[in-house]
Structures are given as C-alpha cells and as structure tokens.
Design a protein around this ligand. Structure first.
Ligand code: APR
Ligand code: PHB
Length: 390
C-alpha cells in the first residue's frame, strides 16, 4: 500500500488530521488497534475551547456541535461557604462549549466515512520504519491476520500515550518530562439533570470535587481519591454522599440531585511531555507527545491545536516547502508547555495534598483568583484557550 501520510491512531488527533489533510488535497491512511465501536464509545473529557470550536466549524464539523453543544460563559470556583462565578466572556471575550469528546469522535468518524477515508481498525503489531529517509513506512497485521506494509512520504504518530510512535524517536535524541500526581479522579456518568448551569470546581479539605455535564439529562462528576483506590470500595451512595459534602449541598440553599450511575471509573493524573515532536519524517501529535491532568480540560484542545499546525505544515512539505514542518515541533511545544503549566496550576490549586501549609496557599490563591480582575483574567484566558498559533 502507498499513501502520502500514514497516520497511526484513529482518536481525535488522527481522524482530525486526516480530515484537514483531505481538505488540502492530501491523501492519508489511518491504522488503529481498537475497533471503531471501542474508539467511539470511550468516555473522555467534555470541554471545547473557543479556538477548537472555531476550527471544527471552519472545516465542516460544527453542525451537531452547534445544535447539541452547550455554550458556557465560564465556571464556578468554590471552597466551603463560598462559590464564585468567573465569567470568561466578560473577562476575555472568549468562552467554551460543553460537548463530549465522544461526540467529537462520532462526528469525525461520520465525516471521514462519508469522504471514503481509508481507516484500518483492529490492527496489531504496528511498527515504524525508515523514518530517517524520505520513504518511511508502517507495517502492521490487519484485522484478517494479513501482514501489511504502508509506504508513505510522512508518518504521523497520533497513537496516544501507549502507542509505539513516541519511542520511535531515537532515545539519544528525545527528552521527556513526567510528573505523577499523588491522587486520582473517580469519575461517574449519571442519568440525572445537572444540578448546576455551569461547571463547578470545588476545593474541599476532604479532596477536590467537580460537577460537569454532558447534556440536559446527563451529568458527569468527579471526586479526588487516593491513587490506590479500588472502585468497588465506592458504592453509588458513598459517591453521592462525598459529592454532596464537597460540592456544598445545602450551602445557600443549593442542592445536588443524585441519580442512576451509568459509568464509574478511576483515572490517574499525570503530566508528560516529550520533545522534539518531530524526528525525520515522523511527526507526533496529541497524547502521543504530551499528557495533561484533566483539571484544566486541555487534553483534547491541545490535540486539536497540534493537528491545526501540522496539517498545513505537511501539505507544504509535500509540495517541497519544509519551513512549517521544520518549525512544527517548537511551535507546538510552546503551547504544550503553557497548557502543561496551566493544568498543573489548576490541579495543585484545587487538590488536597494533606499538607496544612499547602492548604493555606491554595485558599489564598483561590481568594485572589476570584476577587482580583487580573487573577480571574489569567485563569479565564488560559481556560477559554489561547488562539491557535499562540
Ligand atoms: N497502532 C495503531 N493505533 C494505536 C496503537 C498502535 N500500536 N496504539 C494506540 N493506538 C490508538 C489507540 O487505540 C487510540 O485510539 O491510538 C489512538 C490514540 O487516541 P487518543 O488516545 O484519543 O489520543 P489523541 O487522538 O491524541 O487524543 C487526545 O484524548 O486522552 C484524550 O485527553 C486526551 O482528549 C485528549 C485526546
Ligand atoms: C468533563 O466534563 O469530563 C470534564 C470537564 C472539565 C474538566 C475535566 C473533565 O476540567
């Protein structure tokens, strides 16, 4: 098989890249280990930055988002006895949309299927070859057990945190940074109308809690839990009780309405960055190059920002102009490190560490962010998202 761009991974990075390339007349083939149903069913984050929404609209992926997505002006930040609204529109003129990554994935699959995109699901043994040459290739075993070789001009690793692409950059040439946080999130999806109009991020001495949502009838909530938490130790009642305490049920008459839990999982929290995001004819995008803890809602938005830079860079490279491809890694990493810092900052400001000194610093920071326009604007600018190309 031969194509212009071989894409490893059919998550949001890989499928959006194939979509943007196709709009520029560049052909690609995508290979993915999981099934189409598995990839489309994964429950992930749900906040789209303004620049992500603008891009999806521009490339014809905004119809259902505009019909079913929910524009939010900001978020609530709270701690016991206090709840403050930060209005991103007033502060920065930009805002966010609540629209699940699961929905973005479905829209991408529908668009790529309609366009006849070649995607091989259910592959195994993906391996990358000859990345230092201008004839790189990807080998894999297809879903029928047949060995395949896909030759390309360029290979893009969009294969998330467990894929082979990041390690295809020679060890001597890559540098990585990693931080594992000493807590995890227990996330639930519940068939109940959200008890809030916008997301609540709650600091509490028992641990962080968050109230998010997917629609008018589906809520998504999270609790900070220790890293070794067993999901079976958390009955639905125990989860709702902890959420009620941490989110301030009864405070100023606010009530948390519990409902049937349809999904429950524990998510680790980690920061990871690998650079450079390019080696020869291999480019990395999305979770393959960087992971952020979910507190800043940046994971999907960073993946979209990467491919928004990468698609025009590859299109130009294939026409003989290497300038954008040569600057891709530095340009992408500038935003990656900004979002890595913001995600770390939100995480460490809001999660209980058990240290009484940290606790006082966190409360001092929360008071400043919610009472100073400068403090609030800094959070809003980062949360609602810097422009593509920042
Ligand atoms: N061969 C082919 N595909 C692979 C391989 C492999 N060896 N290994 C992994 N994959 C696939 C995974 O099955 C997955 O579907 O690569 C895909 C990577 O997709 P994501 O993990 O969704 O990563 P990305 O597309 O970069 O999206 C980033 O996902 O984790 C969230 O917070 C993150 O929202 C962000 C988004
Ligand atoms: C979510 O809705 O899943 C979500 C929202 C905001 C975050 C993290 C997760 O910061």
């Amino acid at each position: 098989m031969r194509t212009q761009v071989a894409i490893i991974g059919a998550g949001p990075s890989g499928l959006l890249l194939s979509h943007l390339l196709a709009a520029d007349g560049v052909e690609s083939v995508v290979v993915e280990t999981r099934t189409e149903e598995y990839v489309a069913g994964r429950i992930r984050a749900g906040i789209l930055e303004q620049s992500t929404v603008d891009l999806l609209r521009e490339v014809g992926l905004g119809d259902r988002l505009d019909r079913e997505g929910d524009p939010h002006r900001g978020i609530y930040l709270q701690w016991p006895e206090e709840r403050h609204h930060l209005d991103f529109v007033d502060l920065t003129g930009r805002s966010v949309f609540v629209y699940g990554q699961t929905e973005v994935q479905k829209d991408l699959v529908a668009a790529r299927t309609a366009a006849g995109q070649e995607v091989h699901y259910g592959v195994s043994d993906t391996a990358l070859h000859d990345l230092d040459t201008d004839r790189p290739s990807v080998t894999f075993t297809d879903e029928h057990g047949v060995q395949q070789r896909l030759e390309a001009d360029v290979v893009v690793g969009c294969d998330g945190s467990f894929g082979p692409s990041r390690e295809a950059v020679p060890a001597a040439l890559r540098r990585t940074w990693e931080k594992t946080y000493p807590y995890s999130w227990l996330g639930i999806l519940a068939d109940v109308a959200p008890s809030t109009d916008e997301l609540i991020y709650a600091w509490h001495p028992d641990g962080f809690a968050m109230h998010s949502m997917r629609s008018a009838t589906v809520s998504r909530l999270y609790l900070q839990v220790p890293n070794d938490t067993k999901i079976d130790d958390w009955s639905d009642d125990r989860i709702w009780d902890a959420l009620a305490t941490r989110l301030g049920h009864g405070q100023d008459g606010w009530q948390l309405t519990p409902g049937p839990v349809t999904d429950k999982s524990v998510l680790p929290m980690r920061s990871f960055v690998q650079q450079p995001m390019r080696h020869g004819r291999l480019f990395l995008a999305g979770d393959a190059a960087h992971i952020v803890p979910p507190t800043g809602a940046k994971g999907l938005n960073l993946a979209v920002a990467d491919v928004a830079l990468l698609a025009p860079a590859l299109t130009a490279l294939l026409k003989g102009d290497a300038a954008l491809a040569d600057s891709y890694s530095d340009a992408a990493l500038r935003r990656v490190w900004r979002c890595t810092h913001f995600s770390w900052w939100m995480t460490t400001m809001l999660h209980a560490s058990g240290d009484p000194f940290d606790e006082q610093l966190q409360l001092a920071q929360l008071r400043w962010v919610t009472s100073s326009e400068a403090g609030a604007t800094g959070l809003a600018e980062n949360y609602a998202g810097l422009p593509i190309g920042f």
